[in-house]
Design a protein around this ligand. Structure first.
Ligand SMILES: NCCOCCOCCNC(=O)c1ccc(S(N)(=O)=O)cc1
Ligand SMILES: [Zn+2]
Length: 263
């Protein structure tokens, strides 16, 4: 089970001991997705993603997670359809994970925890010209969430896993090219839940249309163990802290409806 709040907060990175909910925030993320309370919306379309591996630029440790960043100055990496009216551009993807395989995801499904969760972060390029603008607007971002389970090795992930030891410390960056983020999506991307929420790390802005995949992907125990070899701390700091439990606790639904694209 996910550790209880007090235990977790003692082990968790200071950042997550911060505001558990934004004062006045009524659409915070992550949440528990209660399947039987989600509402089928037959208007929801299939997701359409187009990603160009050649636009992958770098991988870096930002002290909260590790990010794989893409060139988002053109429409080479787009997300359309699903609950979205506009065209969104991928800017980065990252993960959240636990110190053990028993917890680590940010969203849960009927309180079920997964060992990790992938976030593919996109911004509304039809309405804004920069990510930094879009992140402050209520229809600015669309994040695809994919749950990870421990099982067979994920061949596509290995190239990324092999790069992690080169960015162990906070603020380390290395060039990272030719990576197709599409290889991290589950086979079925037609079945998802969607709701209006927020960033799960500061500035916690309520600008995200969340699209959480029903189908998970599998990674091996060893691959996930390499995530845990990363550090929250920079090379200069005397005490090194393992980058684990970098998830936010679940937030109140505040009357929001979670829609599903499937029954
Ligand atoms: N620093 C003050 C103003 O910052 C505005 C821009 O904030 C960008 C930094 N955060 C992010 O980009 C960011 C992106 C995605 C997610 S998450 N985990 O919700 O997918 C969380 C955070
Ligand atoms: Zn995230």
């Amino acid at each position: 089970r996910r550790c209880n709040l007090t235990a977790c907060s003692s082990k968790m990175h200071p950042m997550w001991q911060g505001p558990l909910a934004v004062p006045g925030g009524d659409r915070q993320s992550p949440i528990d997705i209660v399947v039987r309370k989600s509402v089928l919306d037959t208007e929801l379309k299939p997701l359409k993603t187009t990603y160009d591996p050649k636009t992958c630029q770098q991988i870096w440790n930002n002290g909260y997670s590790f990010l794989v960043e893409y060139d988002d100055t053109t429409d080479k990496n787009t997300l359309k359809g699903g609950p979205l009216q506009d065209t969104f551009r991928l800017c980065q993807f990252h993960f959240h994970w636990g110190e053990t395989n028993d917890w680590g995801s940010e969203h849960t499904v009927d309180r079920r925890l997964f060992p990790a969760e992938l976030h593919l972060v996109h911004w509304n390029a039809d309405r804004y010209s920069l990510f930094e603008e879009a992140v402050m607007e209520d229809n600015g971002l669309a994040v695809i969430g994919v749950f990870l389970k421990v099982g067979k090795r994920h061949e596509g992930l290995q190239k990324l896993v092999d790069a992690l030891p080169t960015i162990r410390h906070k603020d380390s960056v290395v060039e990272f090219t030719c990576f197709d983020p599409g290889c991290l999506l589950p086979a079925n991307t037609d079945d998802y839940w969607t709701y209006h929420g927020s960033l799960t790390t500061p500035p916690l802005t309520e600008s995200v249309t969340w699209i959480v995949m029903k189908q998970h992907i599998e990674v091996s125990h060893d691959q996930l163990a390499v995530f845990r070899s990363l550090l929250f701390t920079s090379a200069e700091e005397e005490v090194q802290k393992s980058m684990v439990n970098n998830f936010r606790v679940q937030q109140p639904l505040r009357g929001r409806t979670v829609r599903s694209s499937f029954t």
